[in-house]
Design a binder for this molecule. Structure first.
Ligand SMILES: [Zn+2]
Length: 319
């Protein structure tokens, strides 16, 4: 049903899946850079299409709204919410004798800004496993949100500006929505601001947010990408307190490397427990893992599953 050659391909219809190099036909699970390219024809959800056009320019797309099957040759393709960022989708491919679920990046449980993941059952599961190390059992989401709010309120009360490092697509909007729900306004870097406007056109309310152009922020929180840490214009804010918001903050070693005043373990990826939970929900015969530590395969095997790393040698067993 599929082959792996520097990326996943559905053989019967020659569809590349999340390959970040130009393809004649490519499925894009979501609009993060490592999952998309300027394909001749891209297949994705309507929200991902909008974000794809924003990030890579107007391209030809075939939209696949959630839960609306697309019959294509011997396959039926259906997208399901992946709970990662706006528009993020899992892809279910069904033939007469087997089904395959490709998760893309995903997260289980509710989110401020995207639909909760609803993974279907499938015979073959191809899953991301970023936090596939058992050390990454993240604290409950509510706990991390409370921690972030506590830090932000403390910094504001002290008359300084909280500066949150968060990726422009997904994490920035998730944090902005959380703060908005708690009456806290934000300033956003240009890309995060423009992406937030797209979120709003899809009905995602982010409250009081404004484009930040380097001016002092009065009582607002600034959200900028991690790579902007050394921006000279941060000097205009005078006193700042910096906060990393990422699942990696759960690990003391990573946390030290971040070199921020605070770090909160809030992620848009499934943690170790959620990865294992996904496998229970999908109940596959065979599992192929991507984007994670090879040791995750061992954890799956110990739990009684047939699992391996997705590679050129990967071939599903039939029957
Ligand atoms: Zn992603």
């Amino acid at each position: 049903m599929f082959a792996y050659d520097r990326g996943l391909r559905l053989l019967d219809i020659d569809l590349a899946v999340d390959i970040p190099r130009r393809q004649p036909r490519g499925f894009i699970s979501h609009a993060h850079a490592d999952h998309m390219a300027r394909h001749e024809l891209a297949f994705c959800t309507p929200a991902t299409a909008k974000l794809y056009h924003y990030r890579l320019g107007e391209r030809t797309t075939r939209e696949m709204p959630f839960g609306q099957p697309l019959e294509w040759g011997p396959l039926r393709l259906t997208t399901y919410p992946a709970g990662h960022v706006l528009g993020s989708a899992m892809l279910l491919a069904e033939s007469a004798d087997a089904s395959l679920l490709f998760t893309g990046d995903f997260r289980l449980g509710p989110s401020e800004t995207c639909l909760t993941a609803t993974p279907p059952q499938a015979d073959i599961l191809i899953m991301e496993s970023t936090f596939g190390d058992p050390r990454f059992r993240l604290p409950p989401r509510e706990e991390s949100c409370e921690r972030l709010l506590e830090i932000v309120r403390g910094v504001l009360a002290d008359g300084a500006t909280p500066v949150i490092y968060a990726y422009a697509l997904g994490k920035a909007q998730e944090v902005a929505a959380l703060l908005a729900r708690n009456g806290i306004a934000v300033g956003l870097s240009k890309e995060a601001y423009e992406i937030s406007l797209i979120y709003q056109t899809f009905g995602c309310q982010l409250g009081d947010f404004q484009l930040w152009s380097g001016e002092p922020l009065d009582g607002r929180v600034l959200i900028i990408p991690p790579r902007a840490k050394k921006l000279a214009c941060l000097a205009a804010l005078r006193r700042i307190s910096t906060i990393s918001v990422t699942g990696w903050a759960h690990d003391p070693k990573h946390r030290r490397r971040m070199a921020t005043d605070h770090a909160v373990a809030l992620s848009d990826h499934a943690d170790f427990n959620s990865l294992m939970q996904l496998v229970e929900i999908v109940a596959p015969r065979e599992i192929f893992c991507t984007h994670g530590p090879e040791s995750f395969v061992e954890s799956l095997r110990q739990a009684g599953h047939s699992a391996r790393v997705l590679s050129t040698e990967s071939r599903p067993k039939r029957g």
